[in-house]
Design a protein around this ligand. Structure first.
Ligand SMILES: Nc1ncnc2c1ncn2[C@@H]1O[C@H](COP(=O)(O)OP(=O)(O)O)[C@@H](O)[C@H]1O
Ligand SMILES: [Mg+2]
Length: 222
């Protein structure tokens, strides 16, 4: 029997306990599926990602990875550890040789492999060793600005785990670069605007929510 997984925000994701089937829903589903396949095919030996077992039409099947979801660990008070893992892992993602991922096209000068929906919301953690078990959900992967991944992880913490916002420095300390606040803030607002544009195409009921989130993000202070 397939059980629908928690913490899935966009697609239909279900597991039988051994494999996970992710069916792509919504706009650009084919493109998003192709992105995720391009990355999983390329980085299995380099980054902690689930094994790609099968690629039926409109879906992928990955091996089920044991681990605790990053947001559950944040909620349990482990922000420093979780954000440290995020910072170190983002550094590794952004260092991947672009030639290994031809399915994403060719990077322009200064562009790196960007996960596209980076943060504790797509991370499974081995909470005994405090190591990443799997970085999931590569459907928005692209060559782009590394700031996007960092700022989006910061947004997830500030917005959904506000009690841990004071720990966000651990993300940048472990990454090894703290972009200026104005740049991080602008990137967070841009990310909300992108999601607003996405839901306008797919889920009109969510438009008011993303307008409100964008406004509240504009009001963030350092
Ligand atoms: N290979 C996997 N092993 C274990 N859990 C997984 C796996 N793939 C996905 N999940 C779980 O399903 C959730 C949703 O998958 P994800 O790829 O993030 O889809 P969505 O685009 O809907 O967010 C993840 O946050 C995670 O909790
Ligand atoms: Mg996800």
């Amino acid at each position: 029997m397939a059980i629908r997984l928690r913490h899935g925000y966009t697609n239909g994701t279900a597991t039988d306990g051994r494999a996970v089937t992710k069916e792509y829903l919504g706009p650009d589903a084919d493109r998003r599926r192709a992105n995720e396949i391009a990355v999983l095919d390329a980085v299995g030996g380099i980054l902690p990602v689930p094994p790609l077992l099968d690629r039926p039409p409109g879906a992928i099947v990955t091996g089920f990875v044991q681990g605790t979801h990053g947001q559950e660990l944040l909620a349990a008070g482990h922000a420093r550890e979780v954000l440290g893992i995020c910072g170190r892992l983002a550094r590794r993602v952004h260092a991947v040789d672009s030639a290994l991922v031809p399915g994403l096209g060719t990077p322009k000068a200064g562009e790196v492999l960007v996960h596209g929906d980076f943060g504790p919301q797509n991370l499974l953690i081995d909470a005994e060793r405090w190591e990443p078990a799997a970085l999931l959900d590569w459907e928005l992967a692209a060559f782009g600005d590394p700031l996007h991944d960092l700022a989006w992880a910061e947004w997830i913490v500030r917005f959904h785990h506000a009690e841990s916002a004071g720990e966000v420095g651990a993300l940048y300390d472990t990454y090894g670069w703290t972009p200026p606040w104005a740049d991080r803030h602008a990137a967070m607002v841009r990310a909300c605007e992108r999601l607003l544009a996405f839901v306008r195409r797919w889920n009109p009921e969510a438009v008011a929510m993303w307008k409100d989130r964008t406004r509240r993000t504009e009001a963030f202070t350092a």
